[in-house]
Design a protein around this ligand. Structure first.
Ligand SMILES: *[C@@H]1O[C@H](CO)[C@@H](O)[C@H](O)[C@H]1NC(C)=O
Ligand SMILES: *[C@@H]1O[C@H](CO)[C@@H](O)[C@H](O)[C@H]1NC(C)=O
Ligand SMILES: *[C@@H]1O[C@H](CO)[C@@H](O)[C@H](O)[C@H]1NC(C)=O
Ligand SMILES: *[C@@H]1O[C@H](CO)[C@@H](O)[C@H](O)[C@H]1NC(C)=O
Ligand SMILES: *[C@@H]1O[C@H](CO)[C@@H](O)[C@H](O)[C@H]1NC(C)=O
Ligand SMILES: *[C@@H]1O[C@H](CO)[C@@H](O)[C@H](O)[C@H]1NC(C)=O
Ligand SMILES: *[C@@H]1O[C@H](CO)[C@@H](O)[C@H](O)[C@H]1NC(C)=O
Length: 523
């Protein structure tokens, strides 16, 4: 018995030594909160005024996100420091700069780094500053024939119009979620908090007579006070004592984190990002097992605390006891806070795995609560002993992570539009056409697998839609897709793209998940 245990122990220790020596970081998927910005009035549903770009990132916010980028570099890219935490993320050919691949030292290009941001000023600028910290200016590259005069390495930050963004800002567009919030606002828990906070709110109201100090509007009260107090911008506010300010802040934190509980959000706010994350990790593991170099290995969403908390809620971390120590469940992520899903492999280049089974890949969630903090781990509900031994406590095998997260993912815009009851977004209008097309195809299928009554012909779909400009364009696309269905398929297109890039493109031909219908066709 003792001998048995000892043997097992030796085995684990030996195994662990083996794992640690061969472990490699394959990909990271990072989600950041922007830095400090000027005052932002928000609606009770987390919506905000529709000014182009919204309030701007303050100089202090630029520095916060830059510093978060420097820590990120220290943890993942600086070859001197990343070994200490076994978190070196090798780029193409081991390089650690961003630029045109196949230049000395350049490891990240458009082929393996993908930064997306919400279309708001504060997030776009935060993304740029974060990556300035990650790929800093290099005076040795400051030539007048290449690079910027400071050796700056500029990284593209992709974005899409806010009205269509359900990857980073689904939280502003989901009526199912807004209805749940309304129910919660009129329920007993919220009413009790209204009563409990009445003296505090009255006190603030007396000193700020023009302010709406109702509980639903409390975020705006706190934000106006906090931004002026901390950064001296915006309209002057009274100089509240520290103890009163702390109460004001605690109430705002309670309100904002409560709105992001999983029993209110479900996967409505984070489900699309979860689908995106699982998609890229699956692709990275596949590419890496096949020894490919060019696959997306540094993925980043420059977003908002609601983006981060939406993902956390979609993973049900708030109802899972081992994660209760995670401070973001009770107080908001700090400005420029970072959360990173890490995909680790054991000797990834040497193993060939059948598709769908990933015994050598592991996933861990880590976070940094503001640029001055050190990174910590958040245990995931799919954690296992095997993953703890291989990587660290709280980690999951990739298979377990994919099963857990994929079940909560909203895999395409159709799924999100249906769950959120949204028929306004272009993606949702398009989803309706795709749904109608699928129904028509099923009805017309010779095996009659739809079981429905009679085939719907394309012209019937055509006359049944309200023809907006978008509708017209989509209609043409749907008609073309319908008539050419069965012809040249997506697989051929991928192969052609692969040939064009020299065959080693891994996942480059994948479209953004939210732009595809259920069968992987771009819409
Ligand atoms: C890498 O880290 C070392 C040790 O902290 C530091 O001296 C060096 O400047 C860093 N290099 C870069 C490019 O960040
Ligand atoms: C990357 O670095 C490792 C270890 O330093 C080395 O063995 C390997 O050849 C390098 N790969 C490339 C493509 O430079
Ligand atoms: C680069 O700058 C130096 C010094 O300013 C100048 O002498 C040189 O001609 C410049 N080279 C080019 C290619 O412009
Ligand atoms: C606000 O009050 C504190 C003491 O409570 C004081 O130290 C500080 O200087 C005041 N700030 C301003 C801007 O008046
Ligand atoms: C939602 O969860 C919170 C705690 O996370 C709990 O206090 C509340 O009662 C739950 N609401 C419902 C409707 O289950
Ligand atoms: C999302 O897609 C993945 C991969 O195709 C699948 O395993 C998962 O079941 C899907 N999730 C849902 C909720 O349909
Ligand atoms: C969905 O939205 C429509 C209006 O766009 C509304 O009439 C309908 O009641 C909503 N359904 C649900 C379940 O909320």
């Amino acid at each position: 018995m003792f001998i048995g245990n000892l043997a097992a122990l030796i085995c684990i220790v030996a195994f662990q030594a083996f794992l640690h020596s061969d472990a490699a970081l394959v990909a990271v998927y990072s989600v950041q909160r922007h830095g400090a910005r000027n005052v932002l009035p928000k609606g009770i549903f987390l919506t905000e005024d529709d000014l182009i770009g919204g309030p701007t990132l303050l100089p202090q916010g630029q520095l916060q996100t830059y510093n978060a980028g420097v820590s990120f570099r220290t943890r993942y890219l600086n070859t001197t420091t990343c070994v200490a935490t076994s978190t070196c993320l090798p780029g193409f050919g081991n390089g650690t700069k961003y630029g045109v691949l196949n230049q000395p030292g350049v490891g990240f290009g458009n082929f393996n780094l993908y930064v997306r941001s919400s279309s708001l000023d504060r997030a776009i600028l935060s993304g740029q500053c974060f990556f300035n910290g990650i790929f800093p200016p290099d005076p040795t590259d400051s030539t007048n024939t290449s690079y910027m005069p400071t050796g700056e390495q500029v990284v593209p930050v992709y974005t899409r119009i806010d009205a269509e963004d359900i990857l980073i800002r689904a939280y502003t567009k989901c009526s199912t979620y807004q209805n749940r919030l309304l129910t919660w606002f009129s329920g007993p828990e919220f009413s009790a908090k209204v009563a409990e906070s009445e003296p505090l709110r009255r006190q603030v109201q007396m000193q700020m007579p023009g302010m709406d100090t109702t509980l639903v509007n409390w975020w705006n009260v706190y934000d106006a006070i906090n931004v002026y107090r901390t950064y001296n911008v915006g309209n002057p506010v009274p100089n509240f004592t520290q103890s009163l300010f702390n109460q004001i802040q605690d109430l705002a934190y309670w309100l904002e984190t409560s709105k992001m509980r999983s029993n209110l959000t479900g996967n409505l706010l984070g489900g699309v990002a979860l689908a995106d994350l699982t998609n890229y990790f699956r692709l990275a593991a596949t590419a890496s097992s096949n020894g490919l170099q060019a696959f997306y290995r540094l993925l980043s969403l420059s977003g908002h605390y609601n983006t981060q908390l939406g993902l956390i809620a979609a993973l049900d971390l708030d109802t899972w006891t081992p994660a209760q120590g995670f401070s973001w469940l009770r107080s908001l992520p700090k400005l420029a806070a970072v959360m990173v899903f890490e995909l680790h492999a054991i000797d990834a280049a040497a193993v060939t795995l059948p598709e769908g089974s990933w015994p050598s890949f592991f996933v861990r969630l880590v976070y940094q609560d503001g640029p001055a903090a050190s990174y910590g781990t958040v245990p995931l509900p799919c954690m296992s002993t095997a993953a703890a031994v291989a990587l660290s406590p709280g980690a999951c095998t990739l298979s377990d992570f994919l099963s857990y997260a994929s079940a909560r993912a909203l895999n395409d815009s159709q799924a999100w539009c249906a769950a959120c009851n949204n028929s306004v977004l272009n993606a949702c209008v398009a989803a309706k056409y795709v749904g109608a097309l699928a129904a028509a195809e099923a009805a017309a299928a010779p095996d009659g697998s739809s079981g429905g009554g009679g085939g719907t012909e394309p012209w019937k779909i055509a006359v049944s839609v309200v023809v907006t400009f978008v509708g017209t364009v989509l209609l043409a696309a749907v008609a073309a897709a319908f008539w050419f269905h069965g012809g040249r398929g997506r697989g051929d297109a991928d192969a052609a793209a692969a040939r064009q890039f020299g065959g080693g493109v891994g996942n480059l031909a994948t479209q953004l998940v939210v732009c595809e219908d259920g069968r992987g066709r771009a819409i």
